[in-house]
Write a protein that binds this ligand. Sequence first.
Ligand code: G3I
Length: 448
Amino acid sequence: MRILKNTAGAAALASSILAAGFGVAEAQPTDLKTLAIARGIDVGLALSSSSGGAAVDTVVTRNFTGFVPENATKWGNISSAPGVYSWTGTDGMLDFAQKYGMKMRFHTFVWHQQSSYIANGHTNGVAQPPEANKYTRAEAFTHMRNHIGAVMGHIKGRNGGQMHLISEWDVVNEAAARDSGNDDSQNLYGGMRRSTGNSVNLDSGLSRWTGYTQGETNDFDYIDSAFAIAHRNDTTARLVYNDYDAESLGKKSNTVYNLMAKLKNRKIPVHVLGMQCHWYIGPSNTGSSGAWDPQQIVTNMNRIAALGLDISITELDIRFQNPSDSTKLYQQRQAYETIMSICLNQPRCKKFYVWGLRDGSSWINSRFPGYGNPLLFSGSGSTYTPKPAYYGLIASLQTTSVRAPGARGAVRFTPAGPAYDIRGRQMKSLPAGPSSLVRKTVPAKAAR
Ligand code: G3I
């Protein structure tokens, strides 16, 4: 992000903002939550635990309308082996939502990481699973079907039904290749995350799902199936495709746009594009990842909205190089303010979630050594000090008047007409695995 010019004034303002401090007390008219509700936008954060203690609960419930488990509901944290489930983390999060009247985003079903037996053998995306651990295509779809069904069934069945606590579900996470290095828009699925072969050179994150489902020869149909299975388990569920570095314009966002367009056009039940937004300000030593451009984001959001999809900002954090200083903090404030303003100006941007509460416990600290400070709060112990970025969001919510209260509403998805696979063949029903094609529509080979 290259945004700042007046750094001297910025530093002064940042200092005065910091001096203002933040007391943990009753919600004020200027708290994030109060303003977010007035603007009709769901402002949330990732929670690493549902039992952070009273201080966390106070800051969270005072400022946010929703939350997403940072790790607790990932496949590997729920199920260590097929059919083996531990619901402690999930239930803790559901209890938190219920106790405080908050909504929860579910994160996540189909992903190449933190997926226990599915991702077995995954080491920085290079190692392949031992041959003995490889699933067949049919087995992989069975695991997917069973897992999504088990989780949604558990939540639905708990305490008389708690589906209403989940505002949306990350069904497929990060299926496009990092940087979509092998391109792109001309080749329908050219930019997708691969399983073997040349993708090792192009993308350090391989996808077991591509390999197990023979995705490269089956048009990545595991994605169709994941959405269809989730839809079958709850036809009212809002289903999300979630990815990173696809917010501005470029190869990866073209890949994601093409994927979303194809899914929508073929009547696959997907309702929301999740834009993760893991960004940086200032110089970066992290390659191209995290670069972003406000005008390009506006353009990209417009084309996604034109597909009839909602947009959720799902994992926003904006890191910068250590050490922190008031100039960088002010640049960061402007960045947060800008993206909130962009979201408020796009009617289909309905959720604004940051990836964590306080700088010290962000994933950035270990993942990008030398970088940090990406979130809205600093402090330690029971102190949660709002940063200039926090006040940037406040300012944006106070001064942007385009979003009317109540502008977002639940969308019930009922696909009109039949669904189609990627080759244009009508499907018997929404897919849940291989062999779901309507046979008679497959072109006959015998006519020669
Ligand atoms: O819980 C274990 C602990 O028992 C163990 O001692 C420790 C030792 O390494 O590891 C702990 O697990 C770690 C876990 O976070 C909880 O802290 C994992 O090693 C670590 O890999 C894991 O990292 C998470 C990462 O996803 C996994 O790829 C981050 O917290 C989490 O913020 C990050 O979130 C992802 C989103 O899900 C998807 N989008 C990108 C985003 C950032 O990478």
